[in-house]
Design a protein around this ligand. Structure first.
Ligand code: DUC
Ligand code: ZN
Ligand code: ZN
Ligand code: ZN
Length: 527
């Protein structure tokens, strides 16, 4: 037979086009259009008029980060490993994830190569349902490590992106160090991703709030007003411009930050940005969603940066998706269980004897739930969302007409593939591309439903989107020609996913406009 699998009667959507095409798959790869006789003998998926898109690529997923290397650097343990996290992803239409291998300041974590080997072993221990790659998080600027190891990361591992932090005491870099690492990354064509929040403002505001007894989960938002992000984004752009380095802002949550990013893009600088579902779907009000503002249950909504105060920020972020300010849309899936001593409770139970009150065994859950002890400062920052990423954006973006289906594909698949050096193997429906496909229910055939956590496949005991209405969901997810998820049934296996070596950013350095002035810093410092 010419094809192993054919997808018939779909409305195929790419980042540029939309139209009725059939797709043939032989082995692992795609052929976009073919004649009817060639179908004979192939397995058939009838899309029945539903949209057919390249599989989702989620460039921002935390898996297997433990107490020592938790996303906060102060605790919490990722509830999802590669098996459960990738399982959740594939049931939500995602076929590629890029996760974080995290250096710490501990001496044994000085070597980035050792860190990556350790995370790779974690992935291999359980397997992954879908294809995966790594970013490295760099929390120190050891010159010897950067010089000798960055080229090995690129050549041996295909790791072409690093994330740097401007906040969290255990992770953040000073401006001097940011310049050091950004320049080293630039020399090796590694994309620098930045967590842009002003750590000292956060620290100062947190102390002020605590001194006034304002410690409930809600105050997490007040400790991070929008200027915290805006200032850090602006400072990063100044630093990046100094050495003419491209920069990628991850998890942009505020219109303040989006505005300075937009302004730099307008000047022609290579500034890329990511936003995430929480910023389009949650507000400060969600930190008060449960019975009372002091209820610890509201810790379920804590993430950093926090979403904006009200829906006006959501509107400007949607505009940023539409007008190109945002390059990619990722989940920032950072899964902590709620009712678990290694989850949202860890901050209260583990870290601050003075706030702990009675010993851990003596604290009953209802007491915690009503915030008799603890502070927002101690609560791990992050919320789950790898499975809901695409259906939320479909429901609130495509169905409302705020973004086109093509823009949806660009943000959720094609641009992440290009930005992270996977295109056109991933993120495309082209001859020779991996046959990674998501097929949606035909418009109007899935009755709108209310999400409950039990629908999801992660290892987390809640979803921040509980109770929200969805009007579509991936009907089929196909990974390299294998149907992994079909009509609510998981068919894939944990070792179906493969490790991905990646190439450099394909979205361009945007330096054409730079003046040829020999006095400019980049003219001499990059030599
Ligand atoms: N940064 C992330 O990227 N994810 C969760 C928490 C954080 O600070
Ligand atoms: Zn971050
Ligand atoms: Zn309560
Ligand atoms: Zn993250």
């Amino acid at each position: 037979t010419k094809f192993d699998l054919v997808i018939l009667n779909g409305v195929v959507v790419t980042a540029s086009d939309i139209g009725k095409f059939d797709i043939g798959i032989k082995g692992h790869t795609l052929t976009p259009s073919f004649s009817a006789e060639e179908i004979a003998g192939a397995e058939i998926v009838d899309a029945e008029g539903g949209m057919v898109m390249p599989g989702g690529i989620d460039g921002h997923v935390h898996l297997c980060q433990d107490l020592k290397t938790g996303p906060l650097g102060l605790g919490g343990e990722c509830a999802d490993n590669f098996e459960t996290g990738s399982r959740s992803a594939v049931c939500g239409g995602t076929t590629t994830i890029i996760t974080f291998a995290t250096q710490t300041r501990a001496d044994e974590d000085r070597s980035l190569l050792k860190v990556v080997e350790a995370y790779s072993a974690r992935a291999e221990a359980t397997g992954s349902y879908i294809d995966y790659g790594f970013h490295v998080i760099i929390v120190r600027d050891d010159e010897d490590v950067l010089e000798t190891e960055l080229p090995v990361l690129v050549e041996q591992w295909g790791i072409t992106s690093c994330k740097l932090f401007m906040t969290y005491e255990t992770m953040r870099l000073q401006d001097y160090q940011l310049l050091d690492v950004m320049l080293a990354a630039l020399k090796h064509s590694i994309t620098t991703m930045i967590h842009a929040e002003n750590g000292e403002m956060i620290q100062w505001l947190t102390e002020k709030l605590e001194s006034k007894g304002m410690m409930a989960p809600y105050y997490h938002a007040l400790s991070r007003p929008q200027s915290v992000e805006g200032e850090a984004a602006n400072r990063t752009i100044v630093l990046a411009e100094l050495i003419e380095s491209p920069i990628l802002f991850v998890h942009v949550g505020s219109s303040a930050s989006a505005a300075v990013i937009r302004a730099a893009q307008t000047r022609g600088y290579p500034v890329f940005a990511e936003t995430c579902p929480q910023y389009l779907n949650l507000t400060w009000e969600d930190l008060k969603r449960f019975h009372s503002p002091t209820c610890f249950e509201n810790s379920k909504m804590i993430c950093s940066p926090p979403p904006g105060p009200d829906s006006s920020d959501q509107d400007s972020l949607y505009l940023g998706l539409h007008n190109g300010t945002f390059t990619i849309f990722s989940s920032d899936h950072c899964p902590f269980k709620y009712d678990d001593p290694h989850g949202k409770m860890v901050g209260i139970l583990e870290h601050e004897p003075s706030m702990r009150g009675p010993s851990r065994e003596d604290i009953s859950f209802p007491e915690l739930a009503h915030n008799k002890v603890g502070s927002f400062r101690m609560i791990p920052n992050g919320i789950p969302g790898v499975e809901t990423r695409l259906p939320l954006l479909f429901t609130r973006g495509i169905s409302t007409g705020r973004i086109t289906p093509q823009k949806f594909v660009e943000l959720t698949s094609t641009n992440p593939a290009k930005l992270y050096g996977l295109y056109p193997r991933k993120g495309a429906i082209l001859p020779g591309s991996d046959a990674d496909i998501v097929i949606w229910h035909p418009e109007g055939t899935l009755p709108p439903f209310t999400l409950e956590n039990k629908h999801l496949h992660h290892n987390v005991d809640y979803t921040p989107y509980e109770g929200m209405k969805f009007n579509n969901w991936p009907r089929y997810t196909i990974l390299r020609g294998k149907v992994m998820w079909a009509n609510g049934v998981l068919l894939g296996k944990p070792y179906d996913g493969e490790y991905l070596k990646r190439g450099p950013n394909q979205l361009g350095k945007g330096v054409a406009h730079f003046k040829k002035d020999p006095r400019r810093v980049a003219a001499w410092v990059r030599e």
